[in-house]
Design a binder for this molecule. Structure first.
Ligand code: ACO
Length: 334
């Protein structure tokens, strides 16, 4: 889509990371791995892990409060809440409804969206479309995950990668500026087997057997996923730029999904956008699936890196497979 009518902007960002930090040294005591393997293969040094009493909606609600405060809005102003997550509090009600209750957004309608690590960008696009069509005026778009609840802590090939957290943005219509310029999305369901949680759904409902087979944990063929991630994110980034008559030189900042530093380096090389223009925080937070992009965005905004007028490119890839890219002009200060 291309915006040549109503202007939709991000008017506030917020994020929340749980207090507990799990380092690579901690993981060395849990599985057969090493800080050296994890840092050289992934770039990750530590990640945050939610407390037992914290669910995804708790993380998402705190990120939302911070985003609303940054926007100077109360929760009553929100009329749409979308939570992108693969780790909802429960199969239903939606995590978005729990967030609504926690923050007191009594005027909002709420639903979850599942597109794995691309979920936040899909949700941002959905929010954009509600606003331009007049279906909502103020939307809270959230990526929140408690991946520690679906991580197999006995599987060294996955447990070193993931972390918990949430990020939120407030979307509103504006009178001037450019805001969200365009977005693209894609999916390939033929590759679903490479990255999934097989158990606990209607295919393999939870049972003694699914638990014994550890089917309720994330499974990933990492090296296969790696290749597709690089290709799909580069294609999506190039497509969203060319469709909107933009060049890579126009991009001030790239906010990529934070799965692996080597993936980000490969994208940087292929796109011809220097790594110094990528906002990277995976060393401290790991892969937070749908929360990765909005948390990295919030950190960059609060650090004063992203300035009014900067062109920001978002790009993500995840299970499904799913991928997406969005481009916007940053048009407010915090
Ligand atoms: N510590 C030590 N050794 C390990 C570990 C570990 N934690 N994990 C795997 N190894 C070993 C493997 O057993 C293998 O050993 P072998 O050669 O004796 O068989 C060796 O290291 C290499 O394994 P690979 O899987 O080939 O390692 P690779 O370099 O591909 O790195 C990784 C693995 C980090 C998972 C990488 O493939 C990756 O980042 N993939 C993409 C992840 C991604 O983008 N996911 C998408 C989003 S996630 C989502 O949607 C929820």
């Amino acid at each position: 889509m291309t915006s040549n009518g109503p202007i939709v902007s991000i008017v506030g960002t917020g994020s929340y990371l749980p207090e507990r930090i799990l380092t690579n040294a901690d993981l060395e005591k849990m599985v057969e791995t090493s800080d050296e393997w994890i840092t050289t293969r992934t770039g990750i040094r530590s990640r945050h892990i939610a407390a037992a009493h914290e669910a995804t909606s708790d993380l998402a609600a705190e990120a939302s409060r911070r985003a609303l405060a940054a926007a100077g809005l109360t929760a009553e102003a929100v009329d749409l809440i979308v939570v992108a997550t693969v780790t909802p509090d429960m199969p239903f009600p939606s995590t978005a409804c729990f967030v609504q209750d926690k923050i007191g957004a009594k005027n909002a309608f709420c639903f979850d969206l599942e597109a794995a690590c691309s979920g936040f960008l899909y949700a941002l696009d959905v929010g954009y479309r509600y606003l331009v069509s007049g279906g909502a005026r103020t939307a809270l778009i959230i990526g929140g995950e408690k991946l520690s609840s679906v991580t197999d802590w006995q599987d060294r090939t996955t447990c070193v990668l993931f972390g918990d957290g949430a990020g939120a943005v407030v979307l509103q219509l504006r009178d001037s500026g450019r805001g969200i310029i365009g977005s693209v999305a894609g999916s390939d369901g033929t590759l679903a087997d490479l990255l999934n949680i097989p158990g606990g759904g209607s295919r393999h409902p939870s049972s003694q057997e699914t638990i014994e087979q550890r089917l309720h944990f994330m499974k990933m063929q990492g090296n296969e996923v790696f290749k597709h991630a690089v290709r799909c994110m580069c294609d999506a980034a190039n497509k969203v730029l060319s469709r909107n008559n933009l060049k890579t030189d126009d991009v001030a900042w790239v906010i990529p999904h934070q799965a692996n530093l080597r993936i980000i380096q490969a994208i940087s090389t292929r796109l011809g956008i220097g790594l110094d223009r990528f906002c990277v925080n995976l060393d401290k937070v790991g892969n937070m699936s749908g929360a990765s992009v909005p948390v990295a965005l919030d950190e960059a905004v609060r650090a004063g890196r992203i300035k009014k007028g900067d062109l920001v490119l978002f790009v993500a890839f995840g299970g499904g497979f799913t991928w997406g890219a969005s481009v916007m002009e940053w048009d407010h200060g915090q």
